[in-house]
Design a protein around this ligand. Structure first.
Ligand SMILES: [Zn+2]
Length: 226
């Protein structure tokens, strides 16, 4: 009764197209769910996601769940995830991806899941890291631990004179930081992010992880920008 009344007053709308959702629909309407552009990159080891890293860094495997286009249901979905206080979108997409990945051996050799870290002040501002739900969904399905200690994002304190113009107008410069210990030697890390665009952030993180002796790095993202 109360639920019905709340739904009547504040009807939930689809994160892809803003249509009013039915009780049985989670965050996407049936039409949006039916037209999600899956990449199926997990089915090929020489896919577009891998292509972003060729010649730059030695990645073991990489793939993304959906194609991201600027205007459309997938971009609306990620806008809601990042700015609409809807962290559950990451978890639901993660569960979907976990199911799809069970068709392959993609996660069999992974030792640690590493969500791309967010600077703690930014996390506090948003209230969540938009990759955490994705990581949790994979951790639950495959019983692989999430590691948030090894790779972190910290603020740098470079002197004012050596700062670029961009750093001076935006003084909070952050860098990724690795805290390796012998227990990580020879491990296979799976880096997780929301959208793969240029791949620069993931490349930086992967380079740090590959400094660990005999380590391997693979990458999974929820969306891929062509
Ligand atoms: Zn919709």
């Amino acid at each position: 009764m109360l639920k019905d009344l709340l739904n009547l007053l504040f009807p939930k709308s689809c994160c892809g197209c803003t249509a009013i959702l039915l009780e049985t629909e989670l965050f996407l309407c049936t039409a949006c769910s039916a037209f999600l552009p899956f990449t199926n990159q997990h089915l090929s080891s020489t896919n577009e996601a891998m292509g972003k890293f060729y010649g730059k860094i030695n990645i073991t495997q990489a793939s993304c769940l959906l194609y991201y286009t600027k205007n459309g249901r997938v971009s609306n979905l990620f806008h809601q995830l990042k700015y609409g206080n809807q962290p559950q979108i990451s978890y639901i997409l993660g569960k979907m991806y976990a199911e799809i990945l069970s068709e392959t051996a993609t996660l069999e050799t992974i030792d640690w899941l590493i969500p791309v870290p967010m600077y703690h002040k930014k996390r506090k501002q948003r209230g969540y890291n938009q990759v955490d739900g994705f990581a949790t969904a994979l951790a639950e399905r495959y019983r692989i631990p999430i590691n948030r200690k090894l790779l972190t994002k910290i603020a740098t304190t470079s002197s004012q004179t050596t700062k670029s113009f961009r750093e001076r107008i935006n003084p909070q410069t952050t860098v990724f930081h690795l805290t390796p210990t012998p227990e990580y030697t020879g491990k296979h890390f799976l880096l997780l992010d929301d959208i793969l665009t240029t791949g620069t952030t993931l490349e930086t993180c992967a380079k740090l992880l590959l400094q660990i002796p005999q380590s391997k790095v693979s990458i999974l993202c929820l969306a891929y920008t062509k």
